[in-house]
Write a protein that binds this ligand. Structure first.
Ligand code: NAD
Ligand code: 0WE
Length: 257
C-alpha cells in the first residue's frame, strides 16, 4: 500500500505510543520511515523501535521552536530530497490544566501552551515541510472526542483538539491544489505515556468498553492500520476528514444492552 513512499513520524515516546503503532503499520505496508524525537531523553526508547523498522533516520525536534522545526527538515534533506508526508502525533498541556474543574484550573498560559503544542505545531510542520513534499503527499494527525463532547479533566485539551480539527480542514483546503491531503484520526482512549498520569484512566477504559458497539477499546495497531490507509493512494479522495477509530463509541448514546 505504501511501497516506495517516505514518511516522517513524530510522537514516538515509547513502544506504547500511538505513533509506534502507526510506524509499524506503515512499515508493514512498505513505507520507508524517518523519526522525530522531542529530546535526548526519548532517543533511548526510540532507537530500538526505529531499528526494528529498518530506519536509522532519527532527528531531534521540539515543536515549540520554529528553529528546531527548520533544523529538522534541513537534516532530513541530507537523506531525502523529497518525501511523501508526515504523521503528527503530538499533544501537550501542562499537567495542572488536566485535573479539576475546567473553569477553575484553566489559565491563559495553560491555554496558550496547549494550543501551541497540540494545534499550531501541525500548521508549523506543514509550512516547513511544504518545499520537500511530493505531489500525492499525505499529512495525518491524532485527535480525540474531547474536541466535540465534554468529559472530566480533559479540559483545555478539548479546546486544543477542536482547534486541531479545524486546522486539519483549513490545511486540507490550503494544500489541496498541491496534491497534499490532510486528515485526522479520532482515536478511542489508549493507555499510553500521555494517558498514564490521568486520574481514573482505568475506569474510563472500562466505561468505554461498555458503551462501545464493539464492546472493547481499540489498540495502537488498529489506529496504525487506518493511518496507513489514510496516507496511501487508496485514500486519494479523502482530505480534511476526521475518521473515528474508537470501536464505535462516538455513535452510541447508551450501551445497546
Ligand atoms: P505519547 O505520550 O506516547 O505521545 C505523545 C508525544 O508527544 C510524545 O512522543 C512526546 O514526545 C510528544 N510531544 C509532546 N510535546 C512535544 C514537543 N514540544 N515537541 C515534540 N514532541 C512533543 O501519547 P499518545 O497517546 O500516543 O499521544 C499521541 C497523540 O494521540 C496525541 O496527539 C494525543 O492527544 C492523541 N490521542 C491519544 C489518545 C489516547 O487515549 N492515548 C486518544 C486520542 C488521541
Ligand atoms: O490527548 C490525550 C492526552 C493529552 C495529554 C496528556 C498529558 C498528561 C501528562 C496532554 N498533555 C499532558 N500533559 C502531561 O503533563 N488523550 C486523548 C488521552 C487522555 O488524556 C486525558 C484523558 C484522555 C482520554 C486527560 C484527562 C481525561 C481524559
Amino acid at each position: 500500500m505504501l511501497k516506495g513512499k517516505k514518511f516522517l513520524i513524530t510522537g514516538v515516546a515509547n513502544k506504547f505510543s500511538i505513533a509506534t503503532g502507526i510506524a509499524k503499520a506503515m512499515h508493514n505496508n512498505g513505507a520507508e520511515l524517518a523519526f522525530a524525537y522531542q529530546n535526548e531523553r526519548l532517543l533511548r526508547n526510540l532507537k530500538p523501535i526505529a531499528e526494528s523498522l529498518d530506519s536509522n533516520m532519527l532527528i531531534e525536534c521540539d515543536v515549540s521552536s520554529d528553529q528546531s522545526i527548520e533544523q529538522m527538515f534541513t537534516k532530513l534533506k541530507e537523506s531525502w530530497d523529497s518525501f511523501d508526508g508526515f504523521v503528527h502525533s503530538i499533544g501537550f498541556a501542562p499537567s495542572d490544566q488536566l485535573e479539576g474543574d475546567f473553569t477553575e484550573v484553566t489559565t491563559r498560559e495553560g491555554f496558550k501552551i496547549a494550543h501551541d503544542i497540540s494545534s499550531y505545531s501541525l500548521t508549523a510542520l506543514a509550512k516547513a515541510a511544504l518545499p520537500y513534499l511530493n505531489n500525492d503527499s499525505a499529512i495525518l494527525t491524532l485527535t480525540y472526542l474531547g474536541s466535540i463532547q465534554t468529559l472530566p479533566n480533559y479540559n483545555v485539551m478539548g479546546l486544543a483538539k477542536a482547534s486541531l480539527e479545524a486546522n486539519t480542514r483549513f490545511l486540507a483546503a490550503s494544500l489541496g491544489d498541491k496534491g497534499i491531503r490532510v486528515n485526522a484520526i479520532s482515536a478511542g482512549p489508549i493507555k499510553t505515556l500521555a494517558a498514564s498520569g490521568v486520574k481514573n484512566f482505568r475506569s474510563m477504559l472500562e466505561n468505554y468498553a461498555e458503551k462501545a458497539p464493539l464492546g472493547r477499546t481499540v489498540t495502537t495497531e488498529e489506529v496504525g492500520n487506518v493511518a496507513a490507509f489514510l496516507c496511501s493512494n487508496l485514500a486519494s479522495g479523502i482530505t480534511g476528514e476526521i475518521t473515528f477509530v474508537d470501536a464505535g463509541f462516538n455513535i452510541a448514546a447508551l450501551p445497546v444492552k
